[in-house]
Design a protein around this ligand. Structure first.
Ligand SMILES: Cc1ncc(COP(=O)(O)O)c(C=O)c1O
Length: 350
């Protein structure tokens, strides 16, 4: 089976399991798990931030960020297809009592002008207490639902400059920031500069079994630690997991470009079929979204032929490339998709 459902399906390698087995641990809630502390220091340094807090999941990391930066009743500006909007199950309202002002834009991006236009403009007749208080703007890089796309650095900077001018806090959902750095050849710290907090995940392309971190300045991360505890994230001998994350950071970042090459080759290959459409401009990192009629049926047919993918819409399928998929498997997967879509056409008689 070639499992392309997500980059979260990777299994820890033997060497990673050994690092996990050898981890020196303590009680993270008391702050004395040395491996967690080492991971937090390492991540903060990589991202150019003062501190970081290790948490179980990217969702918890984003949710802690929302709660850390806002008060109930605040409004958060972000892209309409952000993970926080689409896949965190109303957590922003549930956990933080905030509303989400959603912006549209190509490939998960929006402009500084859109951000400015989303901020209320009080006047003498309509004073500020009559408007939603916008306090936070969130960006996502790479942008999952847009195809793993990378934010343009200049556009991101102009959004950040405008956020600073408007006195807004800023959060970056960098679940796959490692991929953005690898694809754009940009230093991680340059991708995070100007953000108050950054979420990164170790359990996606990097191949660790569990874990994410939220990085930022010391005061913000100190406040975030409080919400980690409130949200039930005090996970005791978490050094077992931090060891996997440290191993992943050290050994699995450089190879991410292999996943990008495999994804690109797969995208170009299936795009040869007249029954499949791929927006090749979106195939920038390790995610490939493609359009084909009858996505559920096609995904089922591919599964029967040994390739597992997610039908994410009536005519949309997602395939994700990761460390447990070789270049040959990526090529075989593309051939399987093309033959399955042909077989589907013959069966339906179209
Ligand atoms: C962009 C983005 N943010 C956050 C998350 C949440 O991560 P987790 O699955 O660890 O909760 C994901 C998961 O795929 C994601 O793609």
């Amino acid at each position: 089976m070639i499992d392309l459902r997500s980059d979260t399906v990777t299994k820890p390698s033997r060497a990673m399991r050994q690092a996990i087995a050898d981890a020196v641990v303590g009680d993270d809630v008391y702050g004395d798990d040395p491996t967690v502390n080492e991971l937090e220091r390492t991540v903060a340094a990589l991202l150019g931030k003062e501190d970081a807090v290790f948490v179980p999941t990217g969702t918890m990391s984003n949710q802690i960020a929302l709660r850390t930066h806002t008060e109930p009743g605040d409004t958060v500006v972000l892209h309409e297809e952000a993970h926080i909007v689409r896949h965190e199950l109303g957590g922003a309202a549930h956990n933080s009592g905030v509303t989400l002002a959603q912006l549209a834009g190509p490939y998960g991006s929006f402009t500084a002008d859109q951000l400015r236009a989303s901020i209320p403009n009080p006047s003498a007749a309509l004073p500020s207490h009559m408007f939603d208080p916008v306090t936070l703007v969130c960006l996502e890089n790479t942008h999952n639902d847009s195809g793993g796309t990378v934010w343009d650095l200049d556009q991101m900077q102009s959004v950040l400059d405008t956020a600073a001018e408007l006195d807004l806090r800023t959060h970056l959902d960098g679940a796959r920031l490692w991929n953005a750095a690898a694809a754009s050849g940009t230093d991680l710290a340059d991708l995070t500069a100007g953000f108050d907090t950054v979420n990164v995940c170790f359990s996606k392309g990097l191949g660790a079994p569990v874990g994410s971190a939220l990085a930022g300045d010391a005061a913000t991360i100190s406040r975030a630690r409080r919400f980690k505890q409130i949200f039930g994230g005090g996970f005791r001998q978490a050094g077992i997991l931090a060891a996997g994350a440290l191993f992943a950071l050290e050994h699995n970042r450089e190879r991410l470009t292999d996943d990008h090459l495999n994804a690109r080759a797969f995208a170009e290959s299936i795009n040869e079929s007249e029954l499949i459409t791929v927006d090749l401009d979106s195939a920038q990192t390790n995610l490939v979204y493609f359009e084909a009629d009858g996505a559920d049926e096609l995904a089922a047919e591919c599964l029967a032929r040994g390739v597992s993918m997610l039908a994410v819409g009536p005519a949309t399928i997602r395939a994700v490339f990761h460390m447990d998929v070789t270049a040959d498997e990526a090529s075989n997967a593309a051939d399987t998709v093309k033959s399955a879509v042909e077989a589907q056409r013959l069966t339906s008689g179209s």
